[in-house]
Design a protein around this ligand. Structure first.
Ligand code: MTE
Length: 323
């Protein structure tokens, strides 16, 4: 029997491949982008010929569908950070073929009523797969816009009945030197670890992705299961997850552990807080047909443009202190 791993959503719900053309390409063809139509915001300004005067297209109100021009599949799958396969941008696409993504299981532990080891199919069972078009901004200063398929993390976590002691969720990546050549070198203290506060994990934007561009996740993008947290710097979006723990204390995270002065636990995208070694005011947007080298520099937005959906979670917090 074929197992339904949910990248595998009904054809009718996946944005067709042709729609993944860039907005600019559709403009060139004299057509308004079907993406905008899907996002429910193909208004008059998006009509052919009005490109230069058009105000920026709007995301869907829930933040689930960014209106930005999409990154090409080939760029999203060949310019990656996945240090378990090397620290160069092309290393993951060259080396990640050695990752065995099936069978795969996820250990759930800590402050929850239901814990244990779950084969991936059981772990994801019954969770409706959704498509989300998210911007993801890397702390290094580049960003992409990717159509993901996956399950909202919050609904999935609720199934394990976290107890009142569960204040945080900790995530761990596989660390197997036989499958992951980068793990043989101490680039980070393996395994790669990340964490979210409980309300961040439960936020409707937080996605556990199983696919992108309507296909299963490529290994270099974190197959078979990765987090996507679009309002935080990309390193929070941990790949190839094998373990999830509910914790009472703020969990250790890899980048914070390696450079606490540079990478905080929260790591919300914030143009007003510079990285100690560079500004975070702008980003190189890798999208559309322009070569990566000539990618357009655009201003970085607070919470990566998702302030309407997430800013309330940080009300009263000094975001320069809690970076
Ligand atoms: N997860 C693991 N396990 N190892 C990593 O090195 N890199 C992070 C994040 N998740 C990383 C990881 C960083 S720095 C970024 S920017 C994103 O993955 C990149 O995701 P992408 O390659 O799919 O664009």
């Amino acid at each position: 029997m074929k197992t339904r791993i949910p990248h595998d959503i009904p054809e009718s719900q996946v944005t067709p491949e042709a729609v993944y053309r860039s907005r600019r390409e559709w403009m060139k063809l004299g057509l308004a982008s079907p993406l905008l139509a899907l996002a429910g915001c193909a208004d008059a300004e998006d009509a052919p010929g009005a490109a230069s005067a058009a105000p920026a297209a709007r995301d869907s109100a829930d933040g689930f569908r960014a209106a930005d021009e999409l990154t090409r599949v080939q760029d999203a799958t060949s310019y990656n950070n996945f240090y378990e396969f090397g620290t160069g941008k092309v290393d993951p696409s060259k080396n990640a073929h050695s990752l065995r993504t099936s069978p795969w299981s996820v250990v759930v532990g800590g402050e929850a009523e239901l814990t244990g080891t779950f084969p991936l199919e059981d772990f994801l069972k019954g969770q409706p797969v959704q498509e989300r078009i998210y911007r993801l901004r890397c702390v290094e200063g580049w960003s992409m816009v990717i159509p993901w398929q996956g399950v909202p993390l919050g609904a999935l976590l609720s199934r394990f009945k976290p107890t009142s002691k569960a204040k945080y969720v900790a995530f761990t990546t596989l660390a197997d030197p036989d499958q992951m050549p980068g793990v043989r070198y101490p680039a980070l203290d393996w395994p790669y670890r990340e964490g979210l506060r409980m309300d961040e994990a439960m936020n409707p934007l937080t996605l556990l992705a199983t696919g992108m561009y309507g296909k299963p996740l490529p290994n270099q993008n974190g197959a078979p299961l990765r987090l996507v947290v679009p309002w935080k710097y990309g390193f929070k979006s941990i790949k190839s997850i094998v373990r999830i723990d509910f914790t009472e204390q703020m969990p250790l995270t890899s980048w914070n552990q390696s450079q606490p002065s540079e990478y905080g636990f929260y790591s919300n995208v914030n143009p007003d807080v510079d990285h100690p070694r560079w500004s975070q005011r702008s980003e190189r947007r890798i999208a559309g047909t322009a070569s990566k080298l000539f990618a357009e520099r655009i201003p970085t937005l607070p919470f990566n443009g998702y302030a309407d959906q997430v800013a309330a979670m940080y009300k009263g917090m000094d975001l320069a202190k809690w970076f």
